[in-house]
Write a protein that binds this ligand. Structure first.
Ligand SMILES: Cc1cc2nc3c(=O)[nH]c(=O)nc-3n(C[C@H](O)[C@H](O)[C@H](O)COP(=O)(O)OP(=O)(O)OC[C@H]3O[C@@H](n4cnc5c(N)ncnc54)[C@H](O)[C@@H]3O)c2cc1C
Length: 92
């Protein structure tokens, strides 16, 4: 049986960042994800049938991912600005 120092349940963006930092710190880290893919709510999907548009479902604020984390984890993240105005349903 494999032994780990840390187990993280859930491979959303928070779990992935935590696992990356822990593994880089030398801890044997196990990340468990129930779905066949990681990313949690940050994964884009075709949310509306018949509409061929990939949307981030809940986690658009992942665009505020701190520079420090990108630098620490050597992420190749390119953010694109949008031309349209975003109306948030909670604020409308
Ligand atoms: C209705 C709604 C609207 C939201 N709107 C916004 C918004 O407009 N903007 C915004 O920035 N945020 C929004 N959020 C919040 C956003 O979804 C979270 O802040 C963000 O997804 C948290 O990331 P996370 O990595 O912690 O968890 P998640 O992205 O939720 O990922 C959790 C992961 O854990 C996995 N998991 C769960 N249980 C288990 C288990 N027992 N075993 C193994 N794996 C498991 C899941 O499959 C998933 O992959 C919204 C959330 C909801 C519910």
């Amino acid at each position: 049986m494999e032994r780990y120092d840390v187990t993280i349940v859930g491979g959303g963006h928070n779990g992935l960042v935590a696992a990356a930092y822990l593994a880089r710190a030398g801890l044997r880290t196990l990340l468990l994800e129930r779905l066949p893919h990681t990313g949690g709510a940050a994964v884009s999907a075709r949310a509306f049938s018949g509409v061929d548009a990939l949307l981030s479902r809940y986690s658009y604020l992942v665009s505020l991912l701190p520079e420090q984390i990108c630098s620490d984890l050597q992420l190749r993240l390119q953010l694109r600005s949008r031309s349209g105005r975003v109306v948030h349903p909670h604020l409308a």
